[in-house]
Design a protein around this ligand. Structure first.
Ligand code: F6P
Length: 357
């Protein structure tokens, strides 16, 4: 190995720059490898290569900086798309071009920082003859294979801060406040921030909700003298037996408003919805995410040095390991509905409803 490359793909997450920094430092200091950054995700090696040499100077001051200095794109040329006959097809030419460009640039291995979709692309690039190592990335914490992704802790912190702020204004106005947080497929952020923020109800995709039960609880709180309530809802949550119609592609900020409208009708209370959105993904990573980012970055160098290609760098039970990319590609790790976190929520009376059948 003489030259390695790194790219960031899909939605950003606080800590991406920390991974880049740690990867470059470890590659240079421990092995003397040359490192280049591929700009704008996989697109950076399509057409004229957009590469950026990364040395110790280039990664100075990156640990606490949000976003990604390399830029990112969502799938683009590399996603599956429908052809004229409506069949799902892959643009193999883009994959071949990526690999040919990487080889022409003398790149011996590529590290892909991405979520489940990007790791599927990474795996396929391996089939086209490119040595690839994956690093798990999502604020949603729903990637299979690793215990915690970087960015998740930052997102929980942002959501918890929002809940604290909503509490004081909800209390002043005797309102029901609904906070919609990210989590398209899994309720990790809603569950953790909900517990940290002391909410009155947590609604997650893994446990379809019944708003009549929640309205009843709000009524009980009123009777008890707590005439405000705070609800946190993951964007992918859905009613029991219902369809997730508000998740239709292109429909922005759906479920929070749906829940707020329904609760207003059922309780007669003044109700507001807040969609936290990309604030959860922006800004400086927390100390935990900086440390995780550093471990994943160093881990990617270790994985390359061990020849563990086609693998994802993962942390399980505090151990740095690798797992096959295929084990995490296009898969989701749901919140365990019988896990200790959910049981804690149930004991506190803020998680209710049956788990998904
Ligand atoms: O997967 C990460 C995530 O932040 C999801 O929670 C959210 O649904 C999605 O990305 C938003 O993506 P975009 O940046 O494309 O709006």
């Amino acid at each position: 190995i003489r030259k390695v490359a790194i790219l960031t793909s899909g939605g950003d997450a606080p800590g991406l720059n920390g991974v880049i920094r740690a990867f470059v430092k470890s590659a240079v200091l421990e092995h003397g490898w040359d490192v280049v950054g591929i700009e704008d995700g996989f697109e950076g090696l399509v057409g004229t290569p957009r590469l950026r040499p990364l040395g110790l100077k280039e990664v100075r001051g990156l640990l606490g900086r949000g976003g990604t200095i390399l830029g990112s794109t969502n799938k683009g040329n590399f996603g599956w798309h429908k052809n004229a006959d409506g069949e799902l097809v892959r643009n193999d030419a883009a994959y071949q071009e990526f690999v040919a460009n990487a080889k022409a640039e003398g790149i011996d291995a590529v590290v892909v920082l991405g979520g489940e979709g990007s790791q599927s692309i990474a795996h396929d690039l391996g089939n086209f003859g490119l040595p690839v190592v994956g690093v798990p990335k999502t604020i949603d914490n729903d990637l299979v294979g690793t215990d915690q992704t970087f960015g998740f802790d930052t997102a929980i912190g942002v959501a918890t801060d929002a809940l604290d702020r909503l509490h004081t204004t909800a209390e002043s106005h005797d309102r029901v406040m609904v906070l919609e947080v990210m989590g398209r497929h899994a309720g990790w952020i809603a569950l953790h921030a909900g517990l940290a923020g002391g909410v009155d109800a947590i609604l997650i995709p893994e446990i379809p909700f019944d708003l009549r039960a929640l309205a009843h609880k709000i009524g009980e709180r009123d009777a008890f003298g707590s005439s405000f309530s705070i609800i946190i809802v993951a964007e992918g949550a859905m009613p029991a037996g219902g369809e997730a119609i508000y998740q239709r592609e292109g429909l922005l900020g759906g479920i929070g408003y749906y829940v707020a409208n329904q609760l207003a009708e059922l309780t007669g209370k003044d109700t507001r919805a807040v969609v936290l959105g990309h604030i959860q993904r922006g800004g400086s990573p927390t100390p935990i995410d900086r440390i995780l980012a550093s471990r994943y970055g160093v881990g990617a160098v270790w994985a390359i040095s061990q020849g563990r290609f086609g693998q994802l760098v993962a942390i399980q039970n505090d151990q740095l390991i690798t797992v096959p990319l295929l084990e995490c590609a296009n898969k989701i790790k749901p919140v365990p509905v019988d896990g200790q976190m959910v049981r804690t929520g149930r004991s506190l009376g803020i998680v209710f409803g049956d788990e998904e059948q």
